[in-house]
Ligand binder design. Sequence first.
Ligand code: GDP
Ligand code: MG
Length: 441
Amino acid sequence: NLSDKLDSLFKKLRGQGVMTEENIKEALREVRLVLLEADVNFKVVKDFVEKVRERAVGTQVLQSLSPGQQVIKVVQEELVALMGGSEDNSLDLAAKPPVAIMMVGLQGSGKTTTCGKLARLLKGQRRRPLLVPADVYRPAAIEQLKTLGRQLSVETFDSRADQDPVDICREALRYATLNGFDTVILDTAGRLQIDEYLMNELVRIKEAADPREILFVADAMTGQEAVNVATGFNERLDITGVVLTKLDGDAKGGAALSIRAVTGKPVKLVGLGEKLDALEVFYPDRLVSRILGMGDILTLVEKAQATFDVTETERLQQKLKKSQFDLEDFKSQLQQIKKMGSLDSILGMIPGVGKAMKQMQGAQPSEKELKRIEAIIDSMTPGERANHQIINGSRRLRIAKGSGTTVQEVNQLLKRFTEAQKVMKQLQKMGPKGLMRGMKG
Ligand code: GDP
Ligand code: MG
């Protein structure tokens, strides 16, 4: 995990003043490797690392942030910016119907499947799509699209393999106009490599159909050649966006970075499986997390938001800021954690929390333990709850008796509490996008 690696790398740096060429060299080498491993094009990586270097050098090493996180933050922000930041990546269908969407890409990249997925998506948005098979070279291609159409109850234009693909598209648009279809999805042929014949055909289809969107479909597994292929399609067709397929596999999705960097065209959708519902809107920050191996912070936040009591969390956060996290808060926190499910799986999603997690090991209480912990804390006086340090031997004995537990159990709880306090401090240090703030957002 990159974040962990940088963390230890930068341990030495803490409090050393500013980042210099020299002291961030190693970290940048790690960043470079991670990106190359994710199949980002080497030229793109080179430019990118240079940018991060420029931004990082001379920056103060903050006491409050772990330095590894500080570099990660720069890397992450720059990558998200490279992927288009928070710009609007939705499909542009605002034109007089029927609007044409043209799917292009190499053979096997997932064009036909994506046509089906898109038809389903549009149908869900109350549009009336027409699927158009314009790949007349592969014998089974027309049938493949028809099958998808049947599954979706979406009409597939009745094209024949002996027709010219350009004529098919022209006729399909006329048919759509006459029959009230508002969106026409053109499934075109692919090749194993870019060739002139195919490109000419696609250019002619573009001229005939005047598509509002030309989506370049790219397999996320595509390695270094993604750049050349994307450039080839973009130069001839001036694509409007990218669909990154097969992101459900092992691919880290570095191809998306390369494509975006060289074409400047946004990734609009991602394919996450063979099924027709496996198409999603693209979120740059998620892809970046995936590439950096940082865990999916957003998933964490969503999960946390679903179960966490927001006002309670805000209250805790305020107390954390003032370092007033006390036993009462500890109790409330344990109850919340319980609601959130496995602590390991939650913390595992946060970058750089590996160490904190180990400290917390065993902190996730069972139902029975939680009851006992509650009983013990309830047996304390308000003063003791607010300041555990006053809980001496005789107080411990009294609390044990009051809660029907033993002094060892009271000791154990106090130990856990101080560990949790430490962890909470660490989480608090996670920077502006720290855990608590994320949950609030
Ligand atoms: P085309 O030649 O570009 O039309 O590609 P197809 O749509 O025929 O897809 C090629 C193969 O990739 C098929 O086996 C699809 O099921 C599979 N495929 C397409 N998209 C995805 C995806 O997002 N995830 C996975 N796992 N498989 C996909
Ligand atoms: Mg196909």
